[in-house]
Write a protein that binds this ligand. Structure first.
Ligand code: SIN
Length: 277
């Protein structure tokens, strides 16, 4: 793909690219916006280095791509900025956000299209990378009989497993979000098919027995996490990542306890996942 306002350097052939030539604190012009969007569609996650952004500037960047999302648990939001999630770990942490493979908030009926994480502090001895996996490739490399099986299925994504279970949070009135989504989703922009189940939120496949569902989900989770579908991003202070939750999963490595890592995430709303053959 040709770019005239930015430089785009792939991180791996499968997924991820570093974009340079932009100061994200300034409003994105139409051409730059289009090129960042194109690079995201092509690479599923794009990275920027050496950005100095306030919460307002990060939100303004996010709003170029859509309305901003507010996390259903509303925990750890930055003061006066409900759309900004604080992603923080230190010596008091019992868990960290995203330490299991997932697509953000896939338990919602309309899960976010994208997430924009801006890192301010990284652990002093390294660690704290984020891994991303290409879920188009996960679908494309399944054998045709398993592709056909998965294309007819839906699965339950349950926030209670993460927010109530691992995080130990009390649900608000109405409980944690829980939704049924196609196991294979069609990307609304590219039209490509992506495997859409993840270890964090997907609890069962609808219409199968518990044994069948567990076996198929385990196989699909493991397949989606294949190292060849991945890239791994090593953060520096002031790096930013923007990923497409409709086509990529990610996993935050928590290999730096008791050290500290601090970032801020702005999340862009998405639409209801669908499957089109
Ligand atoms: C997340 O899932 O948004 C957290 C990712 C990270 O901390 O690297």
């Amino acid at each position: 793909m040709g770019y005239s306002t930015i430089e785009v350097r792939k991180l791996t052939p499968a997924i991820g690219a570093v974009i340079s030539g932009l100061d994200l604190a300034r409003p994105l012009g139409n051409q730059a916006f289009q090129e960042v969007h194109d690079a995201l569609m092509e690479n599923l996650v794009v990275f920027f280095r050496d950005q100095e952004l306030s919460h307002e500037q990060q939100k303004a960047f996010g709003r170029r791509f859509g309305e901003l999302h507010i996390h259903p648990t509303s925990i750890n939001t930055a003061r006066d900025h409900p759309e900004v999630l604080t992603i923080k770990a230190d010596e008091t942490s019992r868990y960290v956000a995203g330490e299991e493979w997932h697509s953000d908030v896939s338990c919602e009926a309309e899960p976010p299209m994208g997430s924009i994480l801006y890192m301010k502090e990284v652990p002093p001895d390294g660690g704290g990378d984020t891994l991303f996996a290409n879920m188009y490739r996960a679908f494309d490399t399944l054998s045709p009989p398993i592709q056909r099986l998965c294309e007819g299925l839906t699965a339950v994504h349950d926030g209670a497993q993460v927010y109530g279970g691992r995080f130990g949070l009390k649900p608000k009135e109405g409980g944690f979000p829980r939704s049924e989504h196609p196991v294979v989703r069609t990307h609304p922009v590219t039209g490509r098919k992506a495997l859409y189940v993840n270890r964090n939120f997907t609890t069962r496949i609808v219409g199968l027995s518990r044994t069948e569902s567990d076996a198929l989900l385990q196989m699909l989770f493991q397949h989606g996490e294949t190292p060849e579908f991945q890239c791994r991003f090593a953060w520096q202070p002031n790096s930013m990542a923007f990923w497409d939750n409709r086509a990529a999963m990610h996993h935050a490595m928590w290999d730096y306890f008791p050290h500290r890592r601090l970032g801020y995430r702005v999340t862009v709303k998405g639409d209801r996942p669908f499957y089109r053959s």
